[in-house]
Design a protein around this ligand. Structure first.
Ligand SMILES: [Zn+2]
Length: 91
């Protein structure tokens, strides 16, 4: 899982949350490297405790990602934050 600045993740996730998508913030433990998913949906936290080793990670400094779940036409879509390349001609 790649990590991105939290503000970028929030900016990207917000319009989807407004449309009813469910978003879970994810981060990597700075101590043991375990991938962690927050229990609370549609909230972003500045820090997180690792469920495996108990270490507190500064997510603001380390960056994060998210798992986004959205129902479109009865199909469950799951996506993670990816950086958009401004040079992409499709934009
Ligand atoms: Zn850990």
């Amino acid at each position: 899982m790649k990590l991105y600045p939290m503000i970028d993740c929030i900016r990207r996730a917000e319009p989807f949350m407004d449309k009813g998508a469910t978003v879970y913030q994810q981060f990597l433990c700075a101590s043991c490297g375990a991938k962690q998913t927050m229990d609370e949906a549609n909230k972003f936290f500045a820090a997180g405790i690792c469920e495996r080793c108990g270490h507190q990670t500064n997510i603001l400094a380390a960056g994060c990602n998210y798992a986004l779940y959205s129902q479109i036409g009865g199909i469950l879509i799951e996506e993670h934050f990816v950086e958009v390349d401004p040079a992409d001609p499709a934009l």
